[in-house]
Design a protein around this ligand. Structure first.
Ligand SMILES: [Zn+2]
Length: 443
């Protein structure tokens, strides 16, 4: 499989995931991909494939393999893959200030480029086709995304704790100007004030206004820990959610809220009707002991909830199959009720809801005619995927990232039969390892 691929592809005889929520079903269907779009999903499309005048293409026999929409990681700091399992089992603020921040201060733009490539190799291998990324040196991140062929919503994380705030704002806006819609629309951009506790009210108001004027979505951490709630209460006398609300962040802006763990009922009522929604990061929240986000209450209030991993520095893994399982288990155990957050609901969160959070739901997230051809083929033959009683349940609860055999984004294979087609994976491994050793030395 070379980087150049035919413009037309026929995928025959896979079980294709369609529908959303409890209505998700897997049916044996053929798919025709033309250019970057799903041109047709139907029964026995071979005749239609043959009767065309758009040039030749390739035929792929799926023989009962499972085809699902590409998974969408709605909150990540991809380059933190270089800090995976470098500092575990610590409190969030200690982990951040004593380990992550000193290590990140040593990262060069080149390190971030290779760290992002490492994260994308992992994400593609585990069936992720799009991700929301908040980090620094975003031109280098965008170049890596352009090369790897993934879809991404990129944002320059902005903290305003020193005198360099204006510089960060400039970089954030430059990213949006340079990269919004790049690579045939695969790259989109957001504005990312980092979190309530790192952004004063005047900055949040400025960003809320800018985002509204320029129609740029906003990506921000919210209410991740109790400590954050205490800080915001001491400074402003309100909850973190009320603080963002009072700064006008939700006024006609699309806002992607990462975490939203510490929410009161009042906080949830402030979010009702918001554009955007919440990226739930259950593995990161579990591992850092942050608590259980009120996902069921948010969903009942009509707020879109998708799934994210957060950076591999906290989550360890960027495998969204692990994330789906963690999300479901966390709700079930916290309510002592196994009917909470079903397999089909977490599958919807990891696909269509994620696309809506990234503001690309009109393009991707669901397998439908006319949508971008972003899809994942799973090999259903592993012992842990047998027998085939209920396919959506198997995919949400029993599958692993390593069951992903092939991945297509925008009509192009990024992985075909377990081989990454767009990048030199060996070089990525070498560069990431070498650089990570230097970055963490003596910290
Ligand atoms: Zn984060």
């Amino acid at each position: 499989m070379s980087k150049q691929q035919p413009n037309r592809k026929l995928l025959i005889g896979g079980y294709v995931m369609q529908g959303a929520g409890e209505a998700i079903r897997m049916e044996r269907k053929d798919l025709i991909i033309e250019q970057n779009r799903i041109a047709a999903i139907g029964d026995d499309l071979r005749k239609r494939w043959a009767n065309h005048d758009h040039g030749a293409g390739d035929v792929y026999h799926l023989d009962g393999k499972w085809v699902i929409p590409g998974l969408i990681n709605a909150h990540n700091h991809a380059a933190m893959s270089l800090l995976r399992c470098f500092s575990d089992d610590k409190r969030l603020m200690e982990w951040l200030s004593q380990k992550m921040l000193p290590a990140e201060a040593r990262m060069t733009a080149e390190d971030i480029y290779w760290g992002t490539h490492l994260a994308m190799a992992e994400m593609v291998r585990s069936g992720t086709t799009a991700f929301a990324d908040m980090y620094i040196e975003m031109d280098h991140v965008a170049e890596a995304v352009a090369e790897a062929g993934m879809r991404a919503s990129l944002s320059r994380g902005m903290v305003f704790l020193d005198e360099r705030g204006d510089e960060r704002m400039r970089e954030a806006l430059q990213l949006c100007e340079r990269w919004q819609g790049a690579c045939e629309g695969r790259i989109t951009t957001m504005l990312a004030p980092h979190a309530p506790y790192t952004c004063p009210p005047e900055r949040l108001r400025e960003i809320a206004d800018l985002a509204r004027e320029r129609n740029i979505p906003v990506h921000i951490h919210l209410a991740e820990t109790e400590e954050e709630s205490e800080k915001i209460a001491a400074r402003y006398g309100v909850t973190p959610t009320r603080y963002l609300y009072d700064c006008g962040l939700f006024d006609d802006n699309h806002v992607l809220l990462a975490h939203a763990v510490q929410l009161s009922d009042d906080d949830i009522s402030l979010l009702v009707g918001m554009r955007g929604g919440v990226a739930h990061n259950p593995v990161s929240n579990n591992k850092l002991g942050c608590g259980v986000a009120p996902i069921e209450a948010l969903r009942e209030a009509g707020i879109t909830v998708g799934l994210g991993t957060d950076g591999a520095g906290s989550a360890s893994s960027l495998d969204l199959f692990v994330t789906m399982q963690a999300a479901a288990w966390m709700q079930k155990v916290s309510f002592r009720d196994p009917t909470r957050l079903s397999a089909r609901q977490v599958l919807t969160m990891a696909t269509g809801c994620g696309a809506d959070l990234l503001a690309i739901g009109d393009q991707t997230g669901r397998l439908k005619e006319g949508k971008a051809a972003d899809l994942v083929i799973l090999n259903p033959d592993a012992p842990h995927l047998l027998p085939h009683h209920d396919l959506p349940s198997l995919i949400a609860y029993a599958a692993k990232g390593s069951d992903v055999e092939s991945v297509m984004v925008d009509g192009r294979w990024l992985m075909y039969k377990y081989q990454l087609t767009q990048v030199d994976e060996e070089r990525i491994r070498y560069e990431a390892n070498r650089r990570a050793q230097r970055i963490v030395a003596d910290i």
